[in-house]
Design a protein around this ligand. Structure first.
Ligand SMILES: [Zn+2]
Length: 609
């Protein structure tokens, strides 16, 4: 077969073209758009707010949902203006006029949100007998999973007055607590050794970063300061965390949830048995992360890695990747996977959907954003030419491709991705682009990149699963004993950290307090989603590498949006994600990379004593 050569992409505009929304910040069409949003919103609200027949008759519910869907598709409560000023505020964070305009439209949309809330709430309160009639009714088939999601949440609702009390009390009994320790820590400063050899005053977050400095004296000095800050606040954190755990226990008892992580799974549209299979499979292979740290200790020539040193970079990735070259590299890789991926990317490039370079006042992160189904997707980057920046293009493009595929197949109420699989497309593209870069790098560079990649994978998969198990035991122990001392919490924490890190990492003195600053344990059980997204992605990569035609199934999954739970979507493709073997395939990918990295290090003579 003749090989088709892909033409290289011409880079046009490297800032967002927002003209499909508005010409500029003072475009006269904004006023008209706002009037239209108001008109369409109250058309919907007034049509349904005094009716109850749609809560009984499936045919009428279908009409109501169609109306709701078409409103959500094009207008919602903020139309084009909300999206436009949101985007503008990320291009220019320092312009108070943009902030003011954004706040105004927020205020406008909040009123509509409140006035339209009745619709969702009333559907949620439909009686269970009626729910099953609706779910089985063919007229409602397009909205079946939307209804399932609403009904599933409502299973654990209390009565309206009870919900109101819980809501009013939630700041004082929960969220104020969670802000307490982090508030104290953020105000801390210490004098530490810096990379230019002098001693300087540094903030809590700067010290956190300096613990991964390549200079041992700097990172050790930062770690001493960090540990002293944590130990200063550990008593407060003990009281705080016990309150947070008690509050969660009370909520769970009131709502009769079957287990502490049940509401998280429900919100993420993932079955508990799927999460259990994931956690079990990863924990069974903690030997992979243990072996990785063993390799890293040898490469860093340090015997054992101290707890705070586990993210220290190995080697140097000095190669530079200009934007145009990076875009073309990513374009080629995704084009080899599937023609449509490359076309979507070319569309983004040609239509000004990507804001590429750092600029004063611009958001300094990276993201891919969508709002209404009828509005364009935009990507924000801060490309400086590092390897990481190339992978970021691939990552955000993955989200963008996911969006565009969903738009083609789903309606507005299923437009989106659940948290449990939100990072599948992004990491899928990222890993294939990294493979391409590795194929072209010399051995020293390859080793440095592979070690960094393993470090990221180990942190996203094994560390997060260890953290999840720590959380599970924390809630269980608290419910058994009624109160946990800082020593007990510290012992549990170290037990789970040691389990995934293995013998090569020291559970250094002071590290028993590192739970103090771990915020996500206060928000309960979401950390599994880092592992689920990446491992699903790796399992799919594994399948595509064995059979390139499998990409058809990957696309079906990426097109499905919120139309069913991830488990059911995969079942339709003949894959059971509640089966350990699915997760093992993803873990095999990490193990393969580890094997290759070890072999390369040996070949380069890095593993001799
Ligand atoms: Zn992402």
């Amino acid at each position: 077969m003749p090989r088709q050569r892909q033409r290289s992409l011409k880079i046009g505009q490297t800032t967002w073209n927002l003209k499909t929304l508005f010409a500029n910040d003072s475009d006269g069409r904004m006023e008209k758009n706002r009037e239209l949003v108001k008109l369409k919103s109250y058309e919907f609200i007034n049509a349904w707010k005094d009716r109850t027949d749609y809560l009984e008759d499936p045919r009428i519910l279908r009409q109501a949902l169609d109306h709701y869907e078409s409103w959500k598709r094009t207008y919602n409560s903020d139309g084009d203006e909300g999206y436009y000023f949101w985007l503008r505020s990320h291009q220019d964070q320092n312009d108070p006029r943009i902030k003011a305009r954004f706040n105004k439209i927020e205020e406008f949309s909040k009123k509509i949100d409140n006035d339209s809330q009745f619709f969702h709430l009333r559907i949620a309160r439909i009686k269970p007998e009626q729910q099953s009639i609706f779910l089985d009714h063919e007229r409602l088939a397009p909205y079946r999973h939307f209804l399932e999601r609403v009904f599933a949440e409502s299973r654990f609702y209390l009565s309206e007055p009870e919900e109101k009390v819980l809501n009013l009390k939630s700041a004082t009994s929960y969220s104020n607590w969670t802000k307490l320790t982090s508030g104290f820590l953020s105000r801390e400063e210490r004098s530490i050794r810096t990379e230019d050899g002098t001693t300087k005053q540094r903030s809590f977050s700067e010290i956190l970063g300096l613990m991964s400095s390549k200079e041992r004296k700097v990172r050790d000095s930062a770690a001493r300061a960090f540990n002293s800050m944590l130990s200063k606040h550990v008593d407060v954190a003990e009281a705080e965390l016990n309150s947070v755990l008690a509050n969660k226990k009370i909520d769970d008892e009131l709502r009769c949830t079957p287990r502490p992580d049940a509401l998280r799974h429900l919100a993420d549209d993932i079955e508990s048995e799927v999460v259990d299979a994931l956690i079990r499979s990863v924990a069974k292979r903690f030997t992979i992360s243990g072996r990785y740290y063993g390799l890293k200790a040898k490469l860093l020539k340090c015997g054992k890695i101290k707890y705070h040193e586990r993210n220290v970079e190995y080697g140097e990735v000095a190669k530079r990747y200009p934007y145009a070259a990076s875009v073309n590299l990513v374009h080629t890789v995704v084009g080899k996977l599937d023609r449509e991926f490359a076309d979507i990317f070319a569309g983004f490039i040609h239509n000004g959907r990507i804001d590429a370079y750092p600029k004063k006042g611009k958001d300094n992160g990276a993201f891919c954003i969508h709002h209404l189904m009828t509005q364009p997707t935009y990507i924000l980057l801060n490309h400086t030419g590092k390897l990481h920046d190339v992978l970021t293009i691939a990552h955000e493009l993955g989200h963008g491709i996911n969006n565009e595929l969903i738009k083609k197949k789903q309606h507005a109420l299923d437009f989106g991705t659940p948290t449990s699989t939100a990072e599948v497309a992004s990491t899928f593209m990222e890993d294939f682009v990294l493979d391409e870069i590795l194929g072209k790098a010399n051995d020293e560079l390859r080793l440095a990149i592979m070690v960094q990649k393993l470090n990221d994978d180990v942190s996203s998969i094994f560390r997060q699963v260890a953290c999840y198990r720590f959380e599970q035991e924390l809630h269980a122990e608290f419910r058994l004993k009624g109160y946990l001392s800082k020593d007990e919490i510290g012992r549990l924490f170290q037990k789970h950290m040691a389990a995934y890190m293995g013998d090569a990492v020291e559970q250094s003195e002071g590290s028993e307090n590192w739970w103090v600053y771990w915020n996500h344990i206060r928000y309960f059980f979401y950390v599994y989603s880092y592992a689920s997204g990446l491992l699903i992605s790796k399992s799919l990569q594994n399948a595509v590498k064995k059979d390139p035609a499998f990409i058809i199934k990957v696309k079906e999954f990426l097109s499905a949006g919120l139309s069913d739970s991830p488990r059911n979507i995969f079942l339709k493709l003949g894959i059971d994600i509640a089966d350990n073997r699915f997760w093992d395939q993803g873990l095999d990918e990490v193990e393969n990379l580890l094997n290759e990295t070890e072999a390369l290090a040996r070949k380069l003579g890095k593993l001799r004593k």
